[in-house]
Design a binder for this molecule. Structure first.
Ligand SMILES: [Zn+2]
Length: 118
């Protein structure tokens, strides 16, 4: 069963089609993946159970693949990958940033996150 968490972007996301801004949510699978809602500055939850957890608890710096959750509410444009791709940066389980684009992960099913500092 695919499960994921959500991160609210701190700034409005600007639609590449109609150029209007709207609140956007990123979906990502890291930590205890169970539809938790996070914001920048939050600490991810762990269940401490291998089947429920994704990633390495307490790692120094981690990049996690993320994707925009929904289409533009103004024009209905569904942002295609890779423009819908983001990376979330975590330091010791704290979500410190979310940036558009793929910079560290290779975007395969085996690599949805990468530990940059143990
Ligand atoms: Zn739009």
């Amino acid at each position: 069963m695919p499960a994921f968490n959500r991160l609210r972007l701190p700034e409005p996301f600007v639609c590449p089609n109609c150029h209007q801004g709207y609140e956007q949510i990123l979906q990502f699978t890291y930590g205890y993946a169970w539809q938790f809602d996070y914001e920048i500055g939050d600490t991810v939850n762990w269940r401490k159970e291998p089947r429920a957890d994704e990633g390495v608890p307490g790692a120094g710096r981690v990049y996690v693949e993320a994707i925009l959750e929904r289409a533009c509410p103004h024009c209905g444009h569904d942002v295609p990958w890779p423009r819908s791709a983001f990376e979330i940066e975590l330091r010791k389980d704290v979500i410190v940033a979310a940036r558009p684009g793929i910079h560290h992960v290779t975007h395969t099913r085996q690599d949805r996150w990468v530990v940059a500092e143990p």
